[in-house]
Ligand binder design. Structure first.
Ligand SMILES: NC(=O)c1ccc[n+]([C@@H]2O[C@H](COP(=O)([O-])OP(=O)(O)OC[C@H]3O[C@@H](n4cnc5c(N)ncnc54)[C@H](O)[C@@H]3O)[C@@H](O)[C@H]2O)c1
Length: 286
C-alpha cells in the first residue's frame, strides 16, 4: 500500500451514504483507521458502526475550513498519522444554470469546490513531513467534458480538476514529495444522487454510459492508492470518449440530441424493468 500502512488514519467526507460509505468500508478493509464524516452526522455514525474495525465518525460540513482542519488533526492524533483523505462529499441540482436558484448554484460551488479545497489543504498540512499521504478527490466525467443539463455541477467538477492538478504541481514545486493528489472521474453511479433522477430529463447524460456500482468506483480508488495516477476515469474507455468530444466541441453539440435520446431511453428502461442484478446487489453497501 503506497499511502501509509495498516493502522494509519483515513478520512472520507460525505461518507454517510452512497459512494462515500463504500469507500470508507474499502479503506477499513485495507487496514486504515477510518474517520467517517458527513454533514449528516447520524448517517456518518451509521456507516462507521456498520464498518466496525475501529472506524469512528463525526459530523463535518466540508464548507467549514476550520472544521476540516480539526478533523484532519484529530484523525492524525488518534491514528498516529493521517495518510488518506477522500474528498467525496458532493451535491447535484440539474437543469440549465438559469433554472437553478442562486442558492442552488452557491451550494454546488461551496460543497463541490470549496469543500474539496478545504479538505485538500487540511489534509496536506497534516500529511507533509509526517509520513506523507494521498488526497483522492472524487470529481466526475463531468469534470472532463460539457454536460448540458448538469451545467453548474459540471462547472464545479471542472474546478475540482483544475484545483487538484495545480495543487499536485504546486507540491512538486515546493519539493513536497510525500503527498499525492489524485482525481477519480466516474461515469454515472447508482447512488442516492441519481435515485430520484430516473424521470429527470435534465439528468439524461448521467445515463448514457454503463451505470456504475459503488463497488466499481471504490475499487478504482483502491487502485489509485496502490499506483498513484493524477486522473482516473471510470470506466477508462469513457474517459477517452469524453476527451475526444471535449476536443471536438462542434461535433459534440451536433451529436447531443442523439446522446440525450439514448440516456432518456436508458432512464425509461430502468424505470420500467428495474435495476440490473449487479446494481441491486450493492444495496447492502448503503
Ligand atoms: N452518483 C453519480 O452518478 C456520480 C458520478 C460521478 C461523480 N459523483 C460524485 O461522487 C461523490 C459522491 O456522490 P454520491 O453519488 O455518493 O452522492 P450521494 O448524494 O449519495 O452522497 C453524497 C453525500 O455527501 C454528503 N454531503 C452533502 N453536502 C455535504 C456537506 N456540505 N458536507 C459534508 N457532506 C455533505 C451527503 O450528506 C451525502 O451523504 C460526489 O462528489 C459526486 O459528485 C457521483
Amino acid at each position: 500500500m503506497s499511502a501509509g500502512g495498516p493502522g494509519t488514519g483515513a478520512v472520507v467526507t460525505g461518507g454517510g451514504r452512497g459512494l462515500g460509505a463504500r469507500v470508507a468500508a474499502l479503506l477499513a478493509e485495507r487496514g486504515h483507521l477510518v474517520h467517517v464524516t458527513d454533514v449528516d452526522g447520524d448517517a456518518a455514525r451509521a456507516t462507521a458502526d456498520r464498518i466496525g474495525r475501529g472506524a469512528t465518525s463525526s459530523p463535518l460540513d466540508v464548507r467549514d475550513a476550520a472544521a476540516c482542519e480539526a478533523v484532519a488533526r484529530s484523525t492524525a492524533e488518534r491514528a498516529g498519522q493521517l495518510s488518506v483523505w477522500v474528498n467525496n462529499a458532493g451535491v447535484l441540482f440539474t437543469g440549465p444554470a438559469w433554472t437553478n436558484t442562486p442558492e442552488q448554484r452557491q451550494l454546488m460551488l461551496d460543497v463541490n469546490v470549496g469543500g474539496v479545497m478545504n479538505g485538500t489543504v487540511a489534509a496536506i498540512e497534516q500529511m507533509r513531513g509526517h509520513g506523507g499521504g494521498h488526497v483522492v478527490n472524487i470529481a466526475s466525467l463531468a469534470g472532463l467534458v460539457a454536460v448540458p443539463g448538469e451545467t453548474v455541477y459540471a462547472g464545479t467538477k471542472h474546478a475540482v480538476m483544475g484545483f487538484s492538478l495545480s495543487t499536485q504541481a504546486d507540491l512538486r514545486r515546493a519539493k513536497v514529495r510525500d503527498v499525492r493528489v489524485s482525481c477519480i472521474c466516474p461515469d454515472g453511479i447508482w447512488t442516492p444522487m441519481l435515485h430520484e433522477r430516473l424521470d429527470d430529463p435534465e439528468a439524461a447524460l448521467s445515463f448514457t454510459g454503463r451505470l456504475l456500482s459503488v463497488d466499481e468506483v471504490a475499487a478504482a480508488v483502491g487502485r489509485v492508492l496502490d499506483r498513484p495516477r493524477q486522473v482516473t476515469a471510470v470506466p477508462r474507455w469513457r474517459g477517452t470518449q469524453v476527451r475526444v468530444l471535449d476536443a471536438l466541441p462542434g461535433i459534440a453539440v451536433r451529436a447531443l440530441p442523439l446522446v440525450v435520446l439514448q440516456g432518456r431511453w436508458t432512464q425509461r428502461r430502468l424505470l420500467r424493468k428495474g435495476l440490473p442484478e449487479r446494481l441491486r446487489t450493492q444495496e447492502s453497501a448503503r
